[in-house]
Structures are given as C-alpha cells and as structure tokens.
Design a protein around this ligand. Structure first.
Ligand SMILES: [Mg+2]
Length: 199
C-alpha cells in the first residue's frame, strides 16, 4: 500500500484535520488523551470515533492505517495492472522510438501485421528452448544465459504487441490471475486425481 499518497494534515483551529479519497479525519484532545473523529465521504454517514491515543502522532498513525485498510480493495489490483502498464509503456515506447511502428521511408504510421508479430514472439520462445538445450551464454549479452535474454526478448515483443494494439492485457492479467486462483481444475486436490491437469 506504500504507493498511496500520505495523508496531508492541516491545522484548522488547532485541530489537525485530513482527508483521504474515502474519509475525513480530525484529531481531537479529550482530557489526557486524543481521539480520531472520522466520517465517510459517502452521503448521510455519521461521525465515528477511534479513541485512546496518547499522542497526536499516534492518532495520525491510526488514521493512516485506517485509510490504507479501506483502500485495500482498490489498490491491490491496480498496483499489479500499473506494473504491467509500465512494462508496456517501456517496451512499446522503445519500439516506437526505434522506428518499428512507422514506415521508415515516409514516416507514415504502420499497420503492423498481428500474425507476423505473434510469429516473432514464437521465435523468441523457440530461441529460449535452444538456450536451455545448449546451456550457453547469450552472444550479444555474454554476462547472461541465452535463456535469460531470449525470455526477455519474448517479453519485450509481447509488451510491444499489447501497447501497439491498445489491448487491455494489464487488467486482463490481474483478472485472470484471480480467476485461476479460484478455478477448480487448478486446485491441487483435483490436479492429483486421474485426468487432472499435470501441467
Ligand atoms: Mg532473440
């Protein structure tokens, strides 16, 4: 959850106040302790209290953890999708910059052939097979195994393909992982049975 923006506290009449995307928070002194008064931003929600903090900083820390907890359902999936989107941007961006998406004579945008691009992804994976079979190092990047580099080549081509065709693969990847985690034919107790998936 570290990618959430920290709560910013402002002091309105000495009361530290803050707001997240979901809640308003105030830290209020009550005798020798502090409590957090908080309220959902959804319509018609009443104030709630979290009590018993020795210091203002303790109360603020509670508000921060409350905010992170409430954001869990939203940030869990977007974090992974964001990571994929970054890879798509990096690989497709490099490819566009390298001139692979334009006619190099005229500068006109190219309509890339999808099947040709998929075939080239196949070829990188096949080169990885050769790398595993021979156990040799890569000829362009000799500090790495051929297997390392060919798998990287395959990923670069896949992310370029996704970016160049505006596919929704970043979100699809998150949804498919979640789907696979729950599907019966992927559960160990079913895979071990006769006819169960071995690979
Ligand atoms: Mg290669």
């Amino acid at each position: 959850m570290s990618n959430l923006k920290k709560l910013v506290w402002v002091y309105d009449q000495v009361i530290p106040s803050s707001e997240s995307a979901l809640h308003y928070y105030d830290v209020i002194k009550d005798k020798d302790a502090y409590f957090v008064r908080y309220q959902s931003k959804l319509p018609s929600r009443s104030f709630k209290r979290a009590t018993g903090f020795a210091t203002i900083e303790d109360a603020k820390a509670w508000a921060w953890s409350h905010y992170q907890e409430k954001m869990q359902p939203y940030v869990k999936s977007t974090t992974l999708a964001d990571a994929v989107t970054m890879l798509v941007d990096a690989c497709h961006g490099a490819s566009v910059k390298g001139g692979w998406w334009h006619d190099i004579a005229t500068g006109e945008p190219l309509q890339r052939n999808k099947l040709e691009m998929i075939a080239l992804i196949h070829s990188e994976v096949s080169e990885a097979v050769e790398g595993v079979r021979k156990g040799i190092n890569d000829d362009h990047l000799p500090d790495y195994k051929m297997e390392d580099v060919e798998m990287a080549d395959a990923l670069i081509r896949i992310f370029d393909y996704i970016g160049g065709h505006n596919l929704l693969s970043a979100n699809a990847l998150v949804d498919k992982l979640a789907y696979n985690a729950n599907r019966a034919d992927h559960k160990v107790e079913n895979r071990i049975k006769d006819g169960g998936k071995k690979y």
